[in-house]
Design a protein around this ligand. Sequence first.
Ligand code: SAM
Length: 225
Amino acid sequence: MLEQAATLNPQKFIRRNTALTETPLVPEIKLHVASEFLPLWQMTEDEMAQVGLPPPFWAFAWAGGQAMARFLIDHPEYVAGKKVLDFGAGSGLAGIGAAKAGAARVTASEIDAIAVASILLNARENNVAIDALEADLVGILDGGWDVVLAADVCYEGPAAARIVTWLGQLVSNGVTVLMGDPGRTYFPKTGHEKLISYAVKTTRELEDTDLRNTSVWRLLGPAAG
Ligand SMILES: C[S@@+](CC[C@H](N)C(=O)[O-])C[C@H]1O[C@@H](n2cnc3c(N)ncnc32)[C@H](O)[C@@H]1O
């Protein structure tokens, strides 16, 4: 019988196909990380007996998430005591950083069901509490968040435009929006201020280089490409 472990128990699938690993820029956070991207994607589809599943973004510590988590742990005043959304959370790295920095509540959102399982697993491994939602929250303006984190979410043109428009609306509503980005093509060119930059160690499974110069930005209002 084709194994249905991922459908029935995604955390078991994650444990089996990743290793709990220190995050290069944030060694105080350990994540379930994979060593290879395409084989894991293929395995996910094989094990779930489905095609067209999203890529396993959840299995890697993206440069934007690493920069965001480092920044929040070192500058807890941005999130301490606040209600925080980690949008497009992947592994949950940025949200775990926010929780470690003293956020009152952290919610993570993902459109990939396996990512939701990985967020919960990684939160537990790091002894923090995170609520994880399988939802596309783009357009929701009354979520009750004080701070929204968006790390490495500008990797596809139309999707990035939609996300950035929404994030700008949140800023207009008084929400603090922080973005982590290593210079992706669709990251907006205006409407933000740079808070910090890091040289982030990443993997050639994801990038064409071992180090990415990555910044954390605060959105100031509607942003434009
Ligand atoms: C490149 S990964 C970055 C993950 C994580 N933030 C990090 O920095 O490690 C982008 C993630 O955004 C998620 N995503 C894309 N569009 C989304 C949406 N509308 N709502 C929630 N998650 C979304 C993807 O599933 C993917 O896991």
